[in-house]
Design a protein around this ligand. Structure first.
Ligand code: DC
Length: 506
């Protein structure tokens, strides 16, 4: 299954700012030992509201019972009278009204004073609209369709605004109908761009996929608008959810492509969790990521594990080595971006029967020579090389069950792998293993200290490079192999994999 996120989705600018400010002010209030209130839920997202309440935000429906402390006005805004009440009660005001909503309130306030009749295109029960109407003494006419315009008196000029989350065609239809009947009319299209972008992107994506998932609060008006738009294209295949656990009630396995969008009050972490769950539940292939420093036993363990599980083993280090070999053979100046770009576009790297093919030829021990080993870190630190290889690695892993080892597998290449392992061993032990390996393979006398130094240098370069440095993924399992046999490690990983994959399907 392919999962595609809409071009625009999730937190809008106004909500992002409101939430950041709320968290900041709550920290401050805590330090000052002050109560901090919000008039109604800060945003229409239960998970975020629960989090804020856990951190001490007190939810209040009215200002009447609040005697002291700070009060947050949410991004939807409030009627003018509330500002007066807050002032007269001596409460500390924290205003997170969205700047786009503030603009509507100012227009309404001004035109009401100039004796216009105010028309608000929107939902009369939505807090944003109640707030806006409170800037014209609640004398505005709230309408939701051209059929409602007969209610509007014609004795005065009209000022028309829109709730920020209205669909554009609806606003345009209402305006067109009003223009036919009223000669003196002032129109302000106050639909915000974030809403427009999200709606257009959702519609566009709905036409490309088999099903849509819309993430957001049940009470979030803009989320419900997205649901409605997606249902126009996919009436039976649009799923409205609040969080990843809501996916449990559906079986989406028969869809090939699923689109995801989210309302303007849905935080990123919720969207990410949904994508992660979709990937883990419906991806047909299994992935084990093994990262760690040179000589920790990654390749031996990964190869043996793959064989036992009948998975494909992918040695990504060998891929970095392969391109390094080609660079050296062709005497390419790696600091010349143009030369490197040409080389990459003219290189084919693939996997056949577990063997890496460089331009169709299988490569052997030549990628393990001193020359390649000395230069590979430089290439592995280059953005263009990494992007090129990560794409190849991800493609292979999307088509096969894989055990993939490297430095950035759990963090970059397979962020949703079923299991992530971070293998370590002491530098001495790693140097000892390399020493024995070289001695056995090449029957050469080798210098242990020299090997240890090379390992330390490579650790330093891999851990400190700017792009995709060697760091354990937050959700990886660390295994120190210094005191363990290869078989013990392989067995341990197999048990962890079984446990993880059963959990994922529980
Ligand atoms: O695992 P190895 O020693 O064959 O790796 C060769 C080099 O490639 C090493 O310096 C780290 C780098 N590498 C990387 O940066 N990212 C990977 N996924 C794999 C290897």
């Amino acid at each position: 299954m392919k999962v595609i996120l809409a071009k625009h989705s999730g937190f809008c600018f106004g909500v992002q700012k409101a939430i950041e400010k709320a968290f900041e002010e709550m920290d401050y209030a805590k330090k000052q030992n002050q109560d901090i209130y919000s008039l109604g839920p800060l945003i229409h997202n239960k998970q975020v509201v629960d989090d804020l309440q856990e951190r001490g935000l007190i939810l209040s429906d009215t200002i009447n019972e609040i005697q002291s402390g700070s009060i947050i006005i949410r991004s939807h805004g409030v009627p003018k009278q509330i500002y007066k009440d807050i002032k007269s009660k001596g409460l500390q005001l924290i205003d997170t009204t969205c700047p786009f909503v503030k603009r509507i309130q100012k227009i309404v306030d001004q035109y009401h004073r100039d004796d216009y009749t105010i028309v608000i295109v929107g939902s009369a029960t939505h807090p944003e609209v109640i707030g806006i109407n409170g800037w014209c003494s609640h004398e505005g006419y709230v309408i939701q369709s051209p059929e409602d315009i007969h209610r509007i008196p014609s004795n005065k000029p009209l000022c028309i605004v829109s709730q920020t989350t209205m669909p554009i065609p609806l606003f345009e239809n209402v305006v067109a109908a009003l223009k036919e009947q009223h000669p003196n009319i002032k129109v302000f299209n106050t639909i915000c761009l974030a809403t427009q972008d999200r709606q257009e992107a959702a519609l566009e994506l709905s036409q490309e996929v088999d099903a849509m998932i819309v993430i957001g609060g049940r009470h979030s008006s803009n989320t419900q608008k997205l649901v409605e738009l997606c249902r126009r294209i996919l009436p039976l295949n649009t799923y409205a959810i609040e969080q990843s656990s809501d996916l449990d009630q559906y079986d989406l396995s028969h869809y090939e492509t699923v689109g995801i969008t989210a309302g303007a009050s849905t935080p990123n972490y919720i969207i990410e969790k949904v994508i992660e769950k979709m990937d883990k539940t419906y991806r047909k292939v299994r992935q084990i990521a093994i990262d760690g420093p040179a000589g920790a036993g990654k390749s031996t363990i990964a190869r043996m594990l793959a064989k036992k599980m009948n998975f494909l083993y992918i040695d990504t280090g060998a891929m970095y080595r392969a391109i390094t070999l080609k660079v050296l053979k062709n005497h390419v100046n790696i600091f010349d971006q143009q030369e490197m770009h040409v080389l990459l576009t003219q290189t084919e790297l693939d996997l056949k029967d577990g063997q890496i093919l460089l331009d169709g030829q299988s490569i052997s021990d030549e990628i393990r020579t001193g020359d390649v080993t000395e230069n590979v870190s430089k290439l592995a630190a280059m953005k263009e090389v990494r992007t090129w290889l990560v794409e190849i690695q991800q493609r292979i892993a999307s088509e096969n069950h894989v055990v993939m080892d490297g430095r950035d597998i759990g963090t970059v290449v397979l962020p949703n792998a079923d299991l992530k392992i971070f293998l370590t061993a002491s530098v001495e032990e790693r140097a000892r293993r390399r020493y024995l390996e070289i001695k056995e393979k090449y029957q050469n006398e080798v210098d242990f200290d020299e090997i240890k130094r090379t390992i330390q240098n490579r650790d330093f370069e891999d851990e400190n490079r700017e792009i995709d440095p060697l760091i354990p993924a937050a959700d990886s399992v660390h295994i120190d192999t210094t005191q363990l046999s290869i078989e013990e490690v392989v067995q341990k990983i197999q048990l962890l994999f079984d446990k993880n994959t059963h959990q994922a399907h529980a």
